[in-house]
Ligand binder design. Structure first.
Ligand code: NAD
Length: 260
């Protein structure tokens, strides 16, 4: 499906980003993975993508808070894998605190990683997509791009911001065969979420089911986690020809959260 095309996925050393990378590689895109983590684990994952799917996979350690490193990651894709055809902005972090106690450095980091990095990847990739005459940009937003929760001022602001960026860029490139969309997951079952469960059980004296249903999934009517494979499959669809008329869309996959 994507033979000869290159996908750059930020924050793809774990969770949703890694699922995007493996899904697009399965459909023959060459891949640039990015993110932090244990260097041996990252190398194992990189090699496994190449071996399992017969594509090229490069790793960029670009820090999404650093515009020059972001530019370097796009240059890597251009120089070693010809272009950037698919760009998925996915890197993200969270911090939870009341706004009056919210550390300013956490605010800056969340805005930089969850929002500004997408501005930089997009501005460097669009000329390449225009040159190729085709492109797909997907931003991993969140239910928090549409609704707020208390104590997440930076995250909610960044995710609302990414919805605005998605719509604006979609309008600018609408005649260039480039689509720009945002996926808004609810709670997704990632290692990050899984690891919170034992501590929360202990801290609150709850069972695993109680932690999942009453704490984590309190806002999600289905009481089921979204899976990384569901999010990645949605991205695959957005990259297909069938989705060529979908652009500027802020698309929920949240078990009904934002219907309430
Ligand atoms: P995760 O922690 O498993 O993945 C985050 C990725 O971002 C990792 O690869 C990490 O190394 C990378 N990253 C963090 N800081 C970085 C930096 N400065 N530079 C480069 N990479 C950096 O989390 P996840 O749950 O897979 O989240 C991925 C995206 O999905 C995020 O944007 C998150 O906001 C969004 N999201 C997650 C959920 C959920 O429930 N898990 C729900 C809605 C939206």
């Amino acid at each position: 499906m994507f033979e000869g095309k290159t996908a750059v996925i930020t924050g793809s050393t774990s969770g949703i980003g890694l699922a995007y990378a493996r899904k697009l590689a399965e459909h023959k895109a060459n891949i640039v993975i990015n993110g932090f983590g244990d260097s041996e684990d990252i190398e194992k994952e990189r090699v496994s993508i190449e071996r399992d799917f017969g594509v090229k996979c490069l790793y960029s350690n670009a820090d999404m808070t650093k515009p020059d490193e972001i530019e370097g990651m796009i240059e890597l894709a251009k120089n070693q894998l010809n272009s950037v055809d698919i760009l998925i902005n996915n890197a993200g972090i969270q911090h939870v605190d009341p706004v009056e106690d919210f550390p300013a450095d956490k605010w800056d980091a969340i805005l930089a990683i969850n929002l500004s990095s997408a501005f930089h990847t997009i501005r460097h990739s669009i000329p390449l997509m225009k040159q190729a005459g085709w492109g797909r940009i997907i931003n991993t937003a969140s239910a928090h791009a549409l609704v707020a929760s208390p104590f997440k001022a930076a995250y909610v602001s960044a995710k609302h911001g990414i919805a605005g960026l998605t719509k604006t860029v979609a309008l600018e490139v609408a005649r260039d065969n480039i689509t720009v969309n945002a996926i808004c997951p609810g709670y997704v079952w990632t290692p990050l979420v899984e690891q919170q469960i034992p501590d929360t059980m202990k801290a609150r004296g709850l069972t695993e089911e109680q932690v999942k249903n009453d704490i984590l999934l309190s806002a999600q009517p289905t009481k089921e986690f979204v899976t990384v494979d569901q999010v990645a499959s949605f991205a695959l669809f957005l990259c297909s020809d069938a989705a060529s008329s979908m652009t500027g869309a802020i698309l929920s996959m949240d078990g009904g959260w934002t219907a309430a």
